[in-house]
Write a protein that binds this ligand. Structure first.
Ligand SMILES: [Ca+2]
Length: 480
């Protein structure tokens, strides 16, 4: 049992181990293991503990009961900006990464604005959580999606000892082994590296879980930072047939969620979390491992026609809109944190927080890597007192691009108030999220002074971080 010498060295009682007692909570001598599970495109209301009806997520619901469930956690509205922000603790607009990489390469069609400039790759000068933790002796591993740059900006260049599956691509060709084809993203031939030795019928979510378990098994007593970045439940919407059959039989008109295949993908994601948590418990690591579960943007509300679907992938109701949009459905995500000895089990935290907060929350004080200026805030005080409604300052969003759900837009939230500024024409929308979480009633005309103040604040922040703005498109021709 390879972990035993380490645990003994950490000052735990040999007697308690011999008696099979649970190891103590993390002590100053024993840095906790860090497990960060990131879902891709999982919406705010997609889990049972966030009000899902069709979907079944018993293991994630149990994790919520064992830790703190955040009801107002914010990502950016699309993949790469959130992933860059989460790992660096710096705002996506400050990093200059405001759209996913494939999106930044698209030519602008006939639109009023040209996109704001966005980097394709996470610059080498940025310090990721992996770099920071490696400087404190952690084994650092990415399993799954990377989406932060080409081979010169791969996980290995950003502090990860282990990279299984990470590439510059944002989605797999298929969720079925060998996870490769030229069909979905033609003319590209896409594949997921390092998963070549598989077998027919193997499902990507399960395989990434197997790889994550291998990291835990091979850590050999070293503290580990395991970043399990699942592709699920992003498109292609593909799931195990037996689970699809189960959810088709359960589906009823009027349910919030209507896509049985997506429900089956979410179920496989939940089973993955369950297998990982079981392994931590079996190896005696449950009480020395911090578990964080979240998603990189709001749920995708379009249809996955390439998978032959007619119903939307998901719904973020009661929130408005979805992925890409700066309405709540695009940016608000589930966030669960179980930190033995720190988080209060079974509690709910309603304070608005950002995924930029995870870097300062999880970084190690004993790292040899110097501190950098961060946009995030340490969440540990909130984990200790989740019921205290704290103000971590304003939250800003900047998406100078188009998507199915939006035109270029920036937004700011402070307290219960949120302002969106659409950049094609400068129009603003003001909402009170406490009274109107669905953002149905625009109060900008009724509260012009508040709107002007928030707009000035947003503008000052954009200038401070050097946010790239869209520019007029000289070739734009309005449709007749
Ligand atoms: Ca995503």
């Amino acid at each position: 049992m390879s972990r035993r010498p380490f645990l003994l060295a950490a000052g735990l009682l040999a007697a308690s181990l011999a008696a099979g007692a649970a190891p103590a909570a993390p002590s100053p001598d024993r840095p906790p293991n860090l497990l960060l599970i990131l879902a891709d495109d999982l919406g705010w209301s997609d889990l049972g503990c966030y009000g899902a009806d069709l979907h079944e997520t018993p293991r994630l619901d149990a994790l919520a009961r064992e830790g703190v469930r955040f009801t107002q956690a914010y990502a950016m509205s699309v993949c790469s900006p959130t992933r860059a922000m989460l790992l660096t603790g710096r705002h996506a607009a400050r990093l200059g990464m405001t759209i996913w990489i494939e999106g930044s390469l698209q030519k602008n069609p006939n639109r009023r604005l040209l996109d704001g400039e966005s980097r394709h790759d996470l610059p080498p000068v940025e310090t990721t959580l992996a770099t920071q933790l490696r400087g404190a002796g952690y084994l650092t591993a990415l399993v799954g999606k990377w989406h932060l740059g080409d081979a010169n900006h791969a996980p290995e260049t950003h502090g990860f000892d282990v990279n299984i599956g990470g590439t510059h691509w944002g989605a797999p060709a298929s969720f079925w082994w060998p996870y490769a084809n030229a069909e979905r993203f033609a003319p590209q031939y896409r594949y997921v590296p390092h998963l070549e030795f598989g077998r027919p019928g193997e499902y990507l979510t399960d395989r990434l879980t197997d790889e994550a378990l291998r990291v835990i098994d091979r850590a050999e007593g070293r503290p580990f930072f395991l970043y399990l970045a699942h592709h699920a439940p992003h498109t292609p919407i593909e799931a195990k047939p037996e689970l699809v059959t189960h959810f088709e039989a359960k589906l009823r008109p009027g349910m919030r969620h209507q896509n049985a295949v997506y429900a089956a993908m979410v179920k496989s994601l939940d089973e993955s979390v369950g297998r990982i948590l079981d392994r931590l418990r079996e190896r005696g690591l449950a009480d020395t491992t911090v578990v964080v579960f979240t998603s990189d943007n709001g749920g995708y509300t379009g249809t996955d026609r390439k998978s032959g679907q007619k119903v939307p992938v998901t719904s973020n109701a009661p929130l408005r809109s979805g992925k890409g949009s700066l309405y709540e459905g695009g940016i608000r995500v589930p966030l669960l944190i179980r930190w033995p000895g720190v988080s209060v089990p079974g509690t709910v935290c309603e304070t608005p927080v950002s995924l930029a907060d995870l870097h300062p929350t999880l970084r190690s004080e004993r790292s040899t890597v110097p501190r950098v200026v961060l946009d995030g805030t340490d969440l540990r005080p909130l984990l200790r007192q989740p019921g205290v409604r704290a103000d971590r300052g304003p939250l800003f969003f900047h998406y100078p691009h188009y998507y199915e759900t939006t035109t270029p837009v920036s937004a700011v939230r402070t307290g219960d108030w949120k302002l969106l500024e659409y950049l094609e024409d400068g129009r603003v929308e003001l909402f009170n999220l406490a009274a109107d979480p669905g953002e149905a009633e625009n109060l900008a005309a009724r509260e012009p002074q508040r709107a002007a103040e928030l707009r000035a604040r947003l503008d000052a922040w954009r200038r401070e971080v050097g946010a790239k703005m869209p520019t007029p498109n000289p070739a734009f021709r309005p449709k007749k």
